[in-house]
Design a protein around this ligand. Structure first.
Ligand code: ATP
Ligand code: MG
Length: 261
């Protein structure tokens, strides 16, 4: 963050757990999803850490994140297999026991019996949660999510790794809770100027020549395929400043505006 925007700021971090995310086997998609969702409600995802399934590494990553920010999201490593260590790591870090969540066991038993199968003890492992967690039902998979309220108003969310499950619990359980809890937080204003036929360094030169000064407004330059998107971001109370700055940008870059946008 090179600039502090106005308004109340609530910071979040994501810790993606899974050795396969580091070996090049799987593309980590959670930050994109979570970042989009949090930005939409005015919360700021400020760090995305990917770590292997190693208990000590998980413990220290979560401890460090909780020391920095109010909201920590942990994903992956909740399955029935021996390489899934997330619960054990959190139990050790937070000094909370791991308990069987009976309502989840019941749901899993129903799921298995509808398919003519009986749940195994490995299957039941997916219903294990931390003793002080609020269990967040998983509408599309086995392991539920968990919300763990900690001291100093900090909150830890624990989510399964498969993207469909991560996204469903986020949308159905977590977003409504965050919207309620942070109802006073306003999303930032974002205006976008689309240019074409000019590179970033030439844009900067034109802006410097015009004496362009963004003041408190955050500028982001995102080049790609012969075009550059310039994002202007500011707190919700800065609408007129952002509009004015956007107008100035458009006039300095008038010869290079993308006619299709
Ligand atoms: P399950 O109960 O299904 O085992 P889990 O919480 O234990 O879930 P993992 O075993 O860590 O999750 O991962 C399950 C699958 O989800 C793997 O194929 C993995 O590659 C994928 N996955 C995990 N984390 C991510 C991520 N951050 N982005 C994309 N895919 C992911
Ligand atoms: Mg994993």
């Amino acid at each position: 963050m090179n600039k502090e925007l106005t308004g109340r700021s609530v910071y979040a971090e994501l810790i993606s757990i899974g050795s396969e995310l580091l070996s090049g086997r799987s593309l980590n998609t959670h930050a994109k999803e979570l970042g989009g969702v949090l930005t939409g409600i005015g919360l700021r995802l400020v760090r995305d850490t990917t770590i292997p399934d190693i208990i000590e590494v998980i413990e220290s990553a979560v401890r460090d994140a909780l020391a920095r920010v109010d909201l920590v999201f942990v994903s992956g490593g909740l399955g029935p297999t021996s390489d899934d260590m997330t619960r054990e790591a959190l139990s050790s870090l937070l000094k909370q026991k791991i308990v069987l969540h009976e309502a989840t066991v019941k749901r899993l038993k129903g799921w298995y019996s509808r398919r003519g199968r009986t749940i195994t003890s490995a299957g039941e492992r997916q219903a294990l949660v931390l003793e002080n967690s609020s269990v967040l039902p998983n509408p599309v998979g086995a392991s539920p999510g968990q919300r763990i309220d900690l001291s100093a108003g900090k909150t830890l969310f624990v989510l399964p790794g498969p993207p469909g499950e991560f996204n469903a619990i986020l949308a159905e359980e977590i977003v409504p809770w965050l919207e309620d809890r942070y109802a006073d937080v306003q999303p930032d204003l974002v205006r976008i100027v689309h240019t074409q036929g000019i590179g970033e360094s030439d844009i900067v030169t034109l802006l410097e020549q015009a004496g362009f000064n963004p003041g408190e407004i955050l500028l982001g330059f995102y080049p790609g395929r012969g075009r550059v998107e310039i994002h202007l971001t500011a707190g919700a109370d800065k609408a007129s400043d952002v509009d004015e700055l956007c107008g100035m940008l458009r006039s300095v870059l008038a010869d290079y505006l993308d006619p299709e946008r």
